[in-house]
Design a protein around this ligand. Structure first.
Ligand SMILES: [Zn+2]
Length: 474
């Protein structure tokens, strides 16, 4: 025991421990960075250690640390970059109970996947406060890119993003898509797809501009649910053809969900992600006066109430596997780029800090989803799909001690004046929350306690991820 007592020794007592499959009143013992033991009344059974820190979680839920599978820190666009750095964005994530993010390293046309990863490693290394991994976006598929897919896998980057929209910058055609899928399948990875029909959207953008429509709401009108539904259906067909595991990012519409469920029964494992904003916000935001609607410009856009209902039902029925954020904030001054033309408003909204509390408050507290489902949607499923399980997303001996102590009784209100994201507005301004992430532990260290950060710049580590496992099929 002498050796153990020199380690970080932490005991979380009296909490209701919740995992994806059960909830049980138990204590969690942490040694060093790992979970050592989970059992009822451990406090009375462990050998004494004067150095042990005890955290009383009475009246609280104890959740595995959140995993946000979809963020964009410091994302360079044509005219600007998303406003959260890896430092500010990951600290905000920790405040909201997210201990791991998966961010997207984007290949540039003519560039390599290695170039993209080098760039993102340089942004995050020594700066991120929470743990992080990378997906790599394949935007220029050629023989060199093909060979690089295996190199990425060897370096722990096992998920490859593709786009069916943004022709001329990010989009690849169906022929290239099939080639990427076959290569990724053989290498043991998974393909992620932004599924919207880019040509249909480009056609509508041109039409609205030609007709003199430049207001923010035309952003939404130029990206109708049909554009998503068509691409979702097609991309799942292609994945089944190539027998490649597929994860559709930010599914936003009831029409898209319906098509996905129609196309999904095939040989490829297919997972659907939605984002917290599609569950809680809707297209009425685009009718706000003046330039207000610009705050909500993201792609796909916010949809109708019927779509929100369909997505909530999709969570409850297991059709949708993951709730992420697509966190990609811009300051209002950056949004001004599109004051005279909706198509120039930088796309993306802030969210990484409030995903867990919003989903608890609107989902669990309102009786729409169970506690176990909450853990699945915010942590365990993403860990399984992206090669992090059971190191992350699980409570078991040997797993990283990433723990959220959540007080369901605390009420608070979201405001840009108090949030930690580098963004001068919140799309949830004034939203009342039931429940708060009280203490957040990352690899055994208290990272945030009662709103005070205890770790900072550089505490986060790069996560080298495993291959996709077909036995995790949902
Ligand atoms: Zn995104």
């Amino acid at each position: 025991m002498a050796r153990d007592s020199a380690l970080n020794d932490l005991l979380i007592t009296n909490g209701m421990v919740v995992t994806a499959d059960k909830k049980v009143r138990a204590d969690i013992h942490v040694l060093g960075e790992k979970i050592a033991k989970i059992a009822p009344a451990l406090s009375r059974k462990l050998p004494a250690n004067p150095a042990r820190r005890v955290i009383d979680a009475k009246g609280c839920f104890v959740f595995p640390g959140g995993i946000d599978a979809h963020t964009h820190m410091e994302l360079p666009l044509k005219e600007t970059s998303s406003s959260d750095t890896f430092e500010s964005g990951t600290l905000a994530a920790l405040h909201g109970g997210t201990t791991t993010i998966l961010d997207f390293a984007n290949q540039v046309r003519g560039g390599t996947l290695k170039g993209a990863l080098d760039e993102w490693h340089a942004k995050a290394r020594g700066k991120a406060a929470c743990d992080y991994g990378f997906h790599v976006s394949v935007t220029d598929f050629n023989e060199r890119t093909r060979r690089e897919i295996r190199t990425c896998m060897d370096q722990g980057v096992t998920s490859f993003k593709t786009f069916t929209a943004y022709k001329g910058s990010l989009m690849i055609d169906d022929r290239q898509m099939i080639e990427v899928m076959k290569e990724v399948r053989d290498a043991g990875g998974i393909v992620l797809t932004h599924a919207e029909n880019g040509d249909l959207i480009d056609h509508l953008i041109e039409r609205f501009r030609a007709e003199g429509h430049y207001e923010p709401r035309y952003h939404a009108l130029s990206r109708p649910p049909l554009a998503e539904a068509e691409a979702v259906s097609r991309i799942i067909d292609l994945a089944n053809f190539a027998n490649c595991p597929l994860y559709i990012v930010h599914l936003s519409s009831g029409a898209g969900l319906k098509r996905a469920l129609g196309a999904r029964p095939g040989r490829a494992p297919v997972f659907l992600e939605t984002c917290i904003q599609y569950l809680l916000l809707n297209e009425s935001a685009y009718s706000k006066p003046g330039f207000e609607g610009a705050k909500y410009v993201l792609s796909p856009p916010l949809r109708g109430r019927g779509d929100q209902k369909a997505l909530w039902a999709g969570l409850a029925s297991d059709a949708v596997s993951v709730v992420a954020t697509d966190h990609c904030p811009f300051m209002m001054a950056q949004r001004e780029l599109g004051r005279k033309d909706f198509s120039r408003i930088p796309n993306g909204i802030p969210g990484v800090e409030h995903r867990m509390e919003l989903l608890y408050s609107e989902g669990v507290a309102k009786g729409r989803i169970s506690l176990e489902k909450f853990v699945e949607l915010t942590s365990s499923r993403a860990a399984k799909i992206f090669g992090l399980y059971p190191r992350k997303g699980a409570f078991r001996p040997g797993a990283d001690a990433d723990i959220v102590i959540f007080d369901p009784k605390v009420r608070h209100v979201i405001s840009s004046r108090t949030h930690h994201m580098k963004c001068d507005y919140s799309v949830y301004e004034g939203h009342r929350l039931q429940g708060k992430c009280r203490t957040i532990i990352l690899r055994g260290q208290v990272a945030v306690d009662n709103g005070i950060a205890r770790v900072g710049r550089g505490f986060g580590r790069f996560l080298s991820r495993e291959k996709f496992r077909r036995d995790f099929r949902t």
